[in-house]
Design a protein around this ligand. Structure first.
Ligand code: FES
Length: 159
């Protein structure tokens, strides 16, 4: 069968086909745009922005003249929590406040004189060594210095 190129029904059919193709492509672009407007904010929400770690090596936490009403303080040392306490001899000590088992925040049990993790009853001595419980490693130690002016400074221990 030989098709006539001047056949008006054939030309109408081709125009219909190209219009349909154009509409399908426009619809596809619209759907992709719509998906992009939904997925992009969700992806931006789920993926945290790259934030460099604050490079803190030393920080002032207060004055030795301050009266501590609590047996210990948890301070934010850069992005790490640090527990600062005053032991029975009146010395300040600072250790990582993150339990080495599952990273719960520890606390100082002043009466018993040890550092305690309430999550799984992990216990550390004031030098950070594990006394009992599941923690696999000691707590990181920080240096505490008191200036002549009575300021208390916590510093990362140099290895
Ligand atoms: S998280 Fe501290 S003992 Fe388990």
């Amino acid at each position: 069968m030989n098709r006539n190129q001047n056949d008006p029904t054939d030309q109408a059919s081709k125009a219909n086909l190209s219009r349909r193709t154009l509409l399908k492509r426009l619809l596809g672009v619209g759907v992709l745009g719509w998906l992009g407007t939904i997925l992009y904010p969700v992806a931006k929400y789920l993926v945290p922005p790259p934030v460099g770690e604050a490079n803190v090596t030393s920080m002032k936490i207060g004055s030795a003249d301050e009266v501590w009403t609590e047996p210990f303080k948890i301070i934010q040392f850069g992005r790490k929590p640090v527990i600062v306490l005053k032991d029975h001899q009146g010395n300040y000590r600072a250790l990582s406040a993150l339990c080495t088992h599952l990273a719960c925040i520890v606390q100082y049990r002043q009466e018993e004189n040890f550092i305690w993790c309430a999550c799984h009853n992990g216990r550390f001595d004031l030098a950070g060594k594990v006394i009992s419980g599941p923690p696999p490693a000691p707590l990181e130690i920080y240096d505490v210095n008191i200036t002549d002016g009575g300021e208390i400074w916590v510093s990362q221990r140099q290895v």
